[in-house]
Design a protein around this ligand. Structure first.
Ligand code: PRX
Length: 659
């Protein structure tokens, strides 16, 4: 009998190969496949020594005594060592020529630009740290941050880490309920917010949501409010304080706390497919070591780069690759406040042209939106400053990869497709841009020091191109330490699939299905929860979606299964068309089915195709297939929809279903 997850049939085959130009390779931190292979094989033999070498690139107040302590399933890195993340991101740069270098260039949605040199950012962070101390916030306290994309969000995070408070950032698009749940679960003592955040020319009333949330958050004693508008704001005496009043009264002298390597740096909540959100706990030394190393290597960061990551600070990408990784390297960041299509769909391209951005890191969902809006928007702008492109968050379908490569990178920029998770803290599988040969749709291979593999359910390695489960076989420095307040859930979520046994060390299960091709490239098939079984074949929905999106009329697609008496499962595809399509929908349905048949095989042909103007997504842009699955199986959605970006989408899909 075939067991669940035993084997996932992978149907996507991609043959196009792209190598970096000689010129790019020559100037890169790691040049050529040979150099990368030799670093990787040495690191694989002794990952702990490899990571020790990377940790030495940080500034430590006291050296570690033990590089790694592993007591399944808990790890500690650089034990005995002391350091401070804020010090590593700021203080060590201001004693060098970087003191006057731009650390953060911020552009508001209204076009206002604010630039902070490393010295200026340091001063703001020190004042903010002192302001927190003046409110009685201490080492070990949890501080919530619920803000939009403003410099004060970065300043607040670094101020927390400076004094040893653990930050808990909640994405500014979440509701008051989500804030309350996350503050209560983490027992936060204070919350930093804004009166309003600016989004698509409108005000999002964060402080009002906070007022609502705090009706049920007894642990929060102080609220710090950053002013972003002239709107009057109700402040509660004794509890609410204006950010700038506190900062202006605070001294700019602050010594960064000397913290143990395993001091909790932050908690970040991520939604599981069921149940309440998980508070992913990251600590200081290991996390900073790996994000600093990967930011430098994967983005090939140089001192003259202008680096633009479009993620929100409320996601792990914002934590690791807006704040800690780039700043630990003394990089120049561009941070943008608003929406990509405000006031028009060329805002990112306008930003790149204006600030001469050289490295651009975004998500496949955004790339598909750019494709939908059409290439006339990027074509209007000078994008010649770009030298490297990155993507993260979901499998990138080859069609979107090629568009990104041709239209945005103008066939000049390597693309780093970076696979990682909130839990991994840091990029794990990715090309190194001066060394790797890339293929559209694969994150290529594990980075040096990362032992990732694709295995069957019984733990045996999959054959080349056989779909299986993606596991990490050796602890890595930026690994989550636990789920805050629920260690049992930590064990059950990540270690149950391949537990420690006699003769087996226990492996971390990522929850992703993947296959490894004959050259060792890893292709993510998607979450195993999103795998469908059709006539006895387990197929990754990502691959069918990718086939649909390769049709010239399709902008985006999501495929789910509903039970079918004959086939076990029938496939239902939700399809969004490109803006300019004017086709007969009935004919197009048939054309799309045949297209999938041609690309993958008749087994993967959707039984039903539903056209929709939008798909239900999380705030970070992930398609919520769980909701679509409910819709097609039960005709309604009853599960948790709190992380859904636009509830109207479900309503429209329901109506379409009834028609
Ligand atoms: O399924 C994988 C997908 O996103 C999941 C992690 O989501 P999250 O914790 O929200 O973190 C996203 C930002 C790091 C993974 O388990 N994923 C992420 N990056 C990729 C990806 N799938 C394919 N290719 C990627 N590059």
């Amino acid at each position: 009998m075939k067991r669940e997850h035993d084997s996932i049939t992978s149907v996507m085959m991609e043959e196009r190969v792209f190598a970096p130009s000689v010129q790019f390779s020559k100037g890169a931190h790691v040049s050529g496949t040979k150099q990368l292979a030799s670093i990787t094989s040495r690191a694989a033999k002794d990952p702990v020594t490899f990571w020790e070498r990377q940790a030495s690139a940080l500034s430590w107040f006291a050296p570690w005594k033990t590089a790694m302590k592993w007591k399944y399933p808990h790890v500690q890195w650089f034990v005995g060592g002391r350091l401070n993340a804020s010090y590593n991101c700021l203080d060590r740069h201001i004693i060098s020529w970087r003191r006057t270098k731009a650390a953060l260039i911020w552009e508001g949605e209204d076009g206002t630009v604010r630039t902070f040199t490393y010295q200026q950012l340091h001063t703001e962070v020190c004042k903010c740290a002192n302001a927190l101390v003046s409110l009685g916030i201490q080492q070990g306290d949890v501080v919530g941050i619920y803000m939009g994309m403003v410099p004060e969000a970065v300043i607040s995070m670094l101020a927390c880490s400076r004094i040893g408070a653990t930050h808990n950032v909640v994405f500014g698009g979440f509701s008051s309920d989500a804030v309350a749940e996350r503050m209560n679960d983490s027992k936060a003592v204070a919350l930093i917010t804004q009166d309003v955040a600016q989004r698509r020319g409108e005000h999002v009333h964060l402080k009002l949501a906070v007022n609502e949330a705090l009706k049920s958050c007894p642990t929060i004693k102080n609220v710090i409010v950053c002013k972003r508008s002239d709107e009057p704001t109700k402040m509660k005496a004794g509890r609410d304080h204006w950010f700038h009043d506190l900062i202006n009264a605070a001294s700019h002298v602050s010594t960064a706390a000397s913290l143990p390597s395993e001091h909790p740096l932050f908690i970040l909540y991520t939604s599981g497919s069921t149940g309440k959100p998980k508070g992913i706990l990251h600590t200081t030394g290991g996390y900073l070591t790996q994000v600093a190393y990967t930011a430098r290597m994967v983005f090939d960061l140089k001192d003259d780069d202008v680096y633009f990551c479009t993620a929100d600070i409320g996601w792990i990408t914002g934590h690791s690759y807006i704040v800690y990784g780039p700043l630990a390297n003394g990089a120049t960041l561009l941070m943008y406040e608003g929406a990509p299509n405000w006031p028009e769909p060329d805002r990112f391209w306008r930003l790149i042209e204006k600030h001469r951005v050289s490295i651009f890191y975004t998500a496949p969902t955004a790339i598909r939106a750019f494709m939908k809006w059409g290439e006339s928007w990027p074509r209007k702008h000078d994008l010649t400053s770009l030298r490297l492109l990155g993507t993260v968050g979901e499998p990138i379908n080859p069609e979107a990869w090629m568009w990104y490569y041709n239209v945005i990178g103008q066939m000049r920029c390597p693309i780093v497709d970076t696979w990682w998770q909130t839990e991994t803290g840091s990029i794990m599988i990715s090309p190194l841009p001066g060394a790797s040969k890339t293929k559209p749709g694969t994150a290529t291979r594990p980075l040096p020091g990362i032992l990732a593999d694709v295995v069957r359910r019984d733990g045996t390695p999959c054959a080349a191109n056989e779909g299986g489960l993606l596991v990490i076989k050796h602890p890595w420095p930026a690994m989550l330490r636990t789920i805050y307040g629920d260690d049992e859930r930590y064990l059950n979520s990540y270690w149950k699939e391949f537990p420690k046994k006699r003769n087996h060390p226990g492996w971390y299960f990522t929850g992703d299905g993947a296959r490894k091709d004959e050259s060792g490239n890893i292709w993510i098939i998607g979450r195993v929860d999103d795998v469908v079984n059709v006539s006895g074949h387990r197929l990754g929905t990502a691959e069918i979606e990718s086939a649909l999106v390769s049709h010239r009329h399709v902008a985006e697609a999501a495929v789910v299964a509903r039970p079918d008496e004959i086939k076990g499962n029938a496939l239902v595809a939700f399809v969004t068309l490109k803006s300019n399509v004017n086709a007969d929908l009935q004919n197009l349905r048939e054309e799309l089915r045949n297209h999938v048949g041609k690309e993958i095989g008749h087994i993967a042909k959707p039984d039903e195709i539903r056209f929709t103007d939008a798909l239900p997504k999380t705030r970070s842009g992930k398609i919520m297939r769980r909701l679509l699955r409910e819709l097609v199986t039960r005709g309604d959605v009853t599960g948790d929809t709190t992380t859904l970006e636009d509830r109207g989408v479900l309503e429209r899909l329901r109506v379409a279903d009834e028609e």
